[in-house]
Ligand binder design. Structure first.
Ligand SMILES: N[C@@H](CCC(=O)N[C@@H](CS)C(=O)NCC(=O)O)C(=O)O
Length: 232
């Protein structure tokens, strides 16, 4: 079923089950990943807003290693790191799957999401932060080319095929945050003529209803990047 059109029905959720998401409402792409995964499964949860300049004792207790959001608290058990949390959500609540079943496909999903998070993310924001400096953009393009090729080889709407999976949710920052940062600075790093498949994927992704429901308003993200990267 296509998540863009599917009707979301909450999966079986224990009445007494405690699900809390420690997050940051403003613009966090990492918190948004977890919101999308919970939305995809139709899980009710309590959102706890953190002040990142004055982190709560709970956040420091639940994520003492990184002291970052998102943190998911499920029946008293804390889970940190957005990609770890998404896999946890997928294992605990059935319904719409986020990870492939097949072992090789699962390994591939983990490989690409790690590449997108660990390599592409810093390279893209370095290119944006430098206002499109040539070398930084060239480095980002070299990495994006792998994603372009992967989408080309798959020939599907999403990295997950007909439906979004872990890779799509992980790459979502490109479709919403990078595009907003480009708008804020009047530059184009993910050039549409060089990366047509990525451009098409961006449109497909942000048009999924489950994703749209969770994205922070675009103008707020644009304003954030104007403040963070804009020239004085
Ligand atoms: N790798 C982490 C990154 C999380 C992250 O960077 N969170 C930011 C908010 S967008 C944060 O909590 N920053 C607070 C800090 O760095 O002190 C994940 O995927 O969950």
């Amino acid at each position: 079923m296509n998540p863009a059109t599917q009707e979301l029905k909450p999966v079986y959720q224990e009445m007494a089950e405690e699900v809390k998401l420690y997050g940051y409402v403003e613009v966090s792409p990492f918190v948004t990943r977890v919101k999308i995964a919970l939305n995809l499964k139709g899980i009710n949860y309590e959102f706890i807003q953190e002040d990142l300049d004055n982190k709560s004792p709970d956040l420091l207790k639940y994520n003492p290693v990184y002291k970052k959001v998102p943190v998911l608290l499920h029946n008293g058990n804390p889970i940190s790191e957005s990609l770890v949390i998404i896999e946890y959500i997928d294992e605990v609540w059935k319904g719409v799957p986020i990870m492939p079943n097949d072992a090789y496909e699962k390994a591939q999903a983990r490989f690409w999401s790690t590449f997108i998070a660990d390599k592409c993310h810093p390279a893209l924001f370095k290119a944006i932060g430098s206002h499109g400096e040539e070398q930084a953009v060239a480095e980002a393009h070299e990495l994006l080319q792998f994603l372009e090729n992967e989408l080309n080889v798959k020939g599907t709407k999403f990295f997950g095929g007909d439906n979004i999976n872990l890779v799509d949710i992980c790459a979502g920052y490109i479709a919403h945050w990078v595009v907003a940062a480009e708008e804020a600075l009047g530059i184009e790093v993910v050039t549409k003529d060089k990366f047509p498949k990525i451009a098409e994927w961006c449109g497909n992704y942000i048009n999924c209803q489950v994703v749209k429901d969770c994205l922070p308003p675009r103008e707020r993200v644009v304003a954030y990047y104007k403040g963070r990267f804009g020239k004085a």
